[in-house]
Design a protein around this ligand. Structure first.
Ligand SMILES: [Zn+2]
Length: 282
C-alpha cells in the first residue's frame, strides 16, 4: 500500500532536493520514487505539541511535501520540557506560527499549511479531505474520536499515538483492511476518568519515542514499504524499556466502521484478555 498519486504523476526532484535527500535515495526501499512520493504527500498533523513536535520535525526533514498543522494553542513555558518544535523565544506565540518558522528553517522545500483552529465537527471533514493521511497528536478524547470518525468517513489512514507518564501507544487506524479507534474503544470514557498530561504528568522524552514511531509509520505508508502497524497496537513502557505489540481486529459492530448494527454496545476487540489502558495526553 502506498499513499497518493500513481508513479507517473509524481513530481520530479530538483538538484537541491537530490543532494538534501541523498541518504534516502541510496536506500533501495526508498530511492528516487519513494522520495518523490514523500514530496507529493500531503500530511495533516493534528496538534503541534509533544507528539506533534518530533512528528513535524522529522516529516519535514524527510521531505514530506505538504504538512498541514491543526493547532489553536499558544506556546507556554511548561510546554518546553517536551515540545521541541518550540523554543524559549516562542513563549506566548501561536504554536502554528512557531512550528511553521522552525519547519521552514529546517526544510524550505516543505509547504506548511497552518490551520489555526480547534478541530470541530463543523470543520473536520473539510480540513482532513485535503490530505492523504492524518497523524493524530491530540491530547483529548473529543478530538481523538472526531479525527477517527472523519478518517473513517473519508477513508484516510489515521496514524495514532498517545502518551501518559512513562507509557505510550501507537498504531495505524482507518485503513481499508484494519480497525479504527472505535473498534478498540467504542465510546469515550466518562469525563475526568482518564487523567491528562497536565493532570498526571509525562516524561518529556516519551512523546519523542512515540511521535517518532508515528513519523516512521507515516513515511512507510507514503512510500509503501515495510509492514505498517495496521491491526497491531504498539505499547511502549519507558520505565522497563519494553516494546510489545498486541493484535487488534476490526469490529463488525464498531459504531464508526462496522458493517453490522452497533447496538447493543460494541465489545472491545483486543485479542488479549486485558485491554490496554488508553493514555490521554500528548
Ligand atoms: Zn471501527
Amino acid at each position: 500500500m502506498s499513499i497518493g498519486r500513481p508513479a507517473p504523476e509524481l513530481p520530479p526532484l530538483s538538484q537541491d532536493e537530490i543532494l538534501r535527500y541523498s541518504r534516502h535515495l541510496i536506500i533501495p526501499e526508498v530511492g528516487v520514487e519513494g522520495q518523490r512520493r514523500l514530496k507529493a504527500a500531503r500530511v495533516l498533523m493534528v496538534g503541534a505539541g509533544g507528539l506533534g513536535s518530533p512528528i513535524g520535525l522529522y516529516l519535514a526533514a524527510a521531505g514530506v511535501g505538504r504538512l498541514g498543522i491543526v493547532e489553536f494553542d499558544v506556546v507556554d513555558e511548561t510546554n518546553l520540557q517536551r515540545q521541541v518544535l518550540h523554543g524559549t523565544k516562542d513563549v506566548g506565540r501561536k504554536k502554528v506560527e512557531s512550528a511553521r518558522d522552525r519547519i521552514r528553517d529546517l526544510n524550505p522545500h516543505v509547504e506548511v499549511v497552518a490551520h489555526e483552529a480547534w478541530l470541530t465537527s463543523e470543520n473536520a471533514l473539510d480540513i482532513i479531505r485535503e490530505y492523504d493521511l492524518v497523524v493524530d497528536g491530540t491530547d483529548n478524547f473529543a478530538t481523538r474520536y472526531l479525527v477517527n470518525d472523519a478518517c473513517v468517513l473519508l477513508g484516510k489512514p489515521n496514524v495514532y499515538g498517545s502518551i501518559y507518564r512513562f507509557e505510550g501507544q501507537s498504531t495505524v487506524f482507518c485503513t481499508a483492511e484494519g480497525p479504527c479507534y472505535r473498534c478498540l474503544y467504542p465510546e469515550p470514557p466518562p469525563p475526568g476518568l482518564v487523567p491528562s498530561c497536565a493532570e498526571g504528568g509525562v516524561l518529556g522524552i516519551l512523546p519523542g519515542l512515540v511521535g517518532l514511531v508515528q513519523a516512521t509509520e507515516t513515511v512507510k505508508l507514503i512510500a509503501g514499504i515495510g509492514e505498517p502497524l495496521v491491526g497491531r497496537l504498539l505499547l511502549v513502557d519507558a520505565l522497563s524499556m519494553q516494546f510489545r505489540t498486541v493484535k487488534l481486529r476490526k469490529n463488525p459492530r464498531c459504531p464508526a466502521c462496522g458493517t453490522r448494527a452497533s447496538s447493543p454496545p460494541a465489545p472491545r476487540t483486543c485479542t488479549r484478555s486485558s485491554s490496554p489502558r488508553t493514555p490521554a495526553a500528548r
